[in-house]
Design a binder for this molecule. Structure first.
Ligand code: SF4
Length: 330
């Protein structure tokens, strides 16, 4: 591990000032991903700015709306069990509880979860020479390598990595908004614009600027999100990343679908909002034929590689199963 200095921020203004003054500084929250990456030699910050004492660990109702505001430092386990989440956004609670282990969820924060980095094997191994994300221009080891966990949607010739978060898949489906503070003040980033596809710059994973601090994530009121579900398909029952996951919510009226929210995990460089699936659902009868057609609409553009082509059929089945489960909810 490279040497680094450590300091503790007393307020968000100081945190933003300190990180803006040092391009290689990083914020330290739960550290559950960052410290791993530092030990592996993938991340090499020369300074860690501990933000754990900032007052950003509350979940609260937003004034004048039935939405909620989730502080950046709310721990994943606290968020999963919070009554405002379990009662209004069960899909988010399920997604959180399907991720990592209890010990990691007790430490991992909301903002840190947003900033998790891919678990691509080649990215994690600095001894491996080819990884455009870690070393721009070096090539992509996964393209012709062991790419079983890699992307089937939105990938580029530069990178086929996937985003590892479960929480973010639910937040993508729920139209979350990320609140950030920077030297120029506060701004908001719609969730769909927060994470980026790899394109020609796979090392740039979000539209967060290096001198900005995430302070909260807002969830708008979505009354029908009480009818929602997170389905995660993985190699073992716990402590494993998704091969494919689906966050789904449906509003039904007389057996027909009035509104739908669907997002996929484990399939792309960012949490994948399945807008084509949603469009194909609206106004249709909530039955397996509709769900199959809606899954096909999204996956028509999917592309597999030597070891991950199975994900296309797996995603199709997962979408159908998740929507069928939601449709049967009371
Ligand atoms: Fe690196 Fe992306 Fe290729 Fe993995 S898929 S080796 S992260 S460039």
């Amino acid at each position: 591990m490279n040497p680094f200095t450590y300091s503790r921020a007393a307020d968000w203004q100081g945190a933003v000032h300190d990180v803006a003054a040092d391009p290689s500084a990083k914020f330290l929250g739960g550290g559950t991903n960052l410290i791993d990456l530092m030990k592996m030699g993938v991340e090499k910050p020369d300074r860690l700015i501990d933000i754990n004492r900032l007052p950003l660990a509350q979940v609260e109702e937003m004034p004048g709306s039935a939405g909620i505001r989730i502080g950046a430092l709310v721990r994943n386990s606290d968020l999963a069990e919070h009554p405002l989440v379990t009662s209004r956004y069960p899909v988010l609670s399920e997604a959180l509880l399907s991720g990592a282990s209890p010990q990691l969820r007790n430490l991992a924060t909301t903002a840190g979860n947003l900033l998790q980095r891919t678990r691509c094997y080649y990215f994690y191994d600095p001894a491996f020479p080819m990884c455009n994300k870690r070393q721009p221009g070096s090539g992509c080891g996964a393209l012709e390598g062991y790419n079983r966990i890699h992307a089937i949607l939105g990938q580029s010739e530069q990178c086929i990595a996937t985003h590892p978060s479960d929480m973010c898949v639910a937040m993508a489906a729920l139209d979350a908004v990320v609140r950030v503070q920077g030297p120029k003040g506060e701004r908001t980033i719609p969730f769909a614009d927060f994470h980026r596809l790899p394109g020609d710059t796979p090392g740039v994973e979000t539209n967060l600027q290096p001198n900005e601090l995430i302070t909260a994530v807002d969830l708008p009121a979505i009354p029908f999100a009480t009818r929602s579900h997170y389905l995660k398909v993985r190699d073992r029952a716990s402590y494993a990343f998704a091969l494919v996951s689906v966050a789904a919510a449906l509003e039904l009226e007389g057996g027909n679908i009035k509104s739908a929210r669907v997002a996929l995990g484990g399939v792309a460089h960012k949490p994948w909002r399945a807008t084509k699936t949603e469009q194909a659902l609206i106004g249709k009868k909530a039955d397996p034929e509709t769900f199959r057609a809606a899954a096909e609409a999204e996956l028509a553009a999917a592309k597999g590689y030597k070891y991950n082509s199975f994900k296309i059929e797996l995603a199709r089945r997962a979408i159908i199963q998740a929507l069928s489960t939601v449709a049967k909810m009371a």
